[in-house]
Design a protein. Sequence first.
Length: 223
Amino acid sequence: MGSAGDIRGTLRRLGRSKAVLALLFAALLAQQAPNVVRLAQKALSDEPAPRRPDVSYVPTPQKVVDRMLELAQVTRDDVVYDLGCGDGRIVITAARQYGCRAIGYDIVDWVIDMARENVAQAGIGHLVTIENADIFTLDLGGASVITLYLLPDLNVRLIPQLDKLRPGVRIVSHNFDMAGVKPDQVVTVKDAEGPYDDHTVFLWTTPLNKEVPSGEVSGVTPR
Ligand SMILES: C[S@@+](CC[C@H](N)C(=O)[O-])C[C@H]1O[C@@H](n2cnc3c(N)ncnc32)[C@H](O)[C@@H]1O
């Protein structure tokens, strides 16, 4: 079994063109063997599969980043968390511009590598760290400013975590609101750098100002 004679016999039975195809297939298999072994090892290991991101990486234009941090009135005493930090531009800008500490969280390995590389290149590693973490399992208690560029439903999904924050924490979101929570301010930023010109920035401050669903009267007990 597997001897040169056996193989020649098999190839003869297959005919010339099928034999060529079979040889090509065998060569391909041999070439891919290390990858197949790696995949099998990964599948059998205890390592959990990486969690899929809830939204893809799209960077906020620098002009909008600057306006977000301005609107949040960042000072050097703040700690800025960017939830889903992408290339780290928001945390790097916060630290450079205001001298504050800042932490960027992301869940995608190559994005985290890129952000860490950018932090190193900016020489700001003493103020900025990039963490690999799922933002929906984070304790946000260390933040005094939170920046977001996610999606409307993801902002809403963060509300239980934001409700636990101490009073006075500023939250700014690029483009997306938070249904059920009234913003303190909404501003438009014109910028031609990206695929569209008009960007919106929302600001909320904790405790969150929840909208009262229509039909309910807030805080008043009827006599
Ligand atoms: C639209 S980008 C925003 C990047 C950056 N904040 C900015 O404004 O330039 C959203 C980022 O969130 C990350 N992300 C998605 N789901 C996540 C999750 N559950 N936990 C942590 N990061 C997540 C993505 O990998 C992506 O880099």
